[in-house]
Design a protein around this ligand. Sequence first.
Ligand SMILES: C[S@@+](CC[C@H](N)C(=O)[O-])C[C@H]1O[C@@H](n2cnc3c(N)ncnc32)[C@H](O)[C@@H]1O
Length: 225
Amino acid sequence: MKQYNVLKDIVLKRHEDQSLDLLSQPIDDLDTACLTHIEENGIKHALDLGGGAGKHSIRMAQAGARVTLIDRQDPSHNIQTVEEAGICSKGQINLVQTEFTDIDFDAIGTYDLVYSQRALNYLPYKDFMSLTEKLIDGLPPLGHFYLSVSGFDNEFGKTLDKRDMPLPERYGLPSEEMQKKHKIYTPTLVFKQEEIEGIMKDFGMEILSSSVSTFGNVKIIAVKV
Ligand SMILES: C[S@@+](CC[C@H](N)C(=O)[O-])C[C@H]1O[C@@H](n2cnc3c(N)ncnc32)[C@H](O)[C@@H]1O
């Protein structure tokens, strides 16, 4: 896992009125929308699926939410750093180190928001679908889902060995060059924008925004209706 100077490179600074300065760290439009929603709506409990080093979990905690970070990796050193510096309170970020396929939802309890960037696409199609459905089932009405997934037209997606297959059979490996460049050594799905939009709608979500990043990943903000 990449090493960060957490307090300098991750933690958001605050304006004089104590609101978060969302321009004080390099975050993308999905992160900005998510943090604004948390601050403005007093979101209580947010899930971060595949949060890696914990960057966005830390920022969601700064925005006022209790956060459950679910990942097979252990970024507890970063969480400890922000707790010790008083950036968030002890226990505000709960780490659940597990495989996505083994999440104990009863232990997680109720939640109000789901966030996941560049992570759920590493699941095979059936697991992706059942986890996405489960995550949406657990959202309350008007609960928001902030999602990005690897795109069909991103740099490594264009080289995927299974690229020509329909989505359920598209779980494959990028070219060797792309595996090395992006450190992706396990299979991944790559999504067309209309495919991920369709999945979210089929599971009862309304799309609030949908875009393809410069890199080619698909980003969706959806609300449960
Ligand atoms: C590309 S990183 C994205 C990290 C962060 N969300 C970001 O956008 O910078 C993917 C993350 O998903 C986690 N991950 C991938 N597959 C997983 C699985 N099956 N179960 C648990 N975690 C998984 C990895 O450990 C990693 O932290």
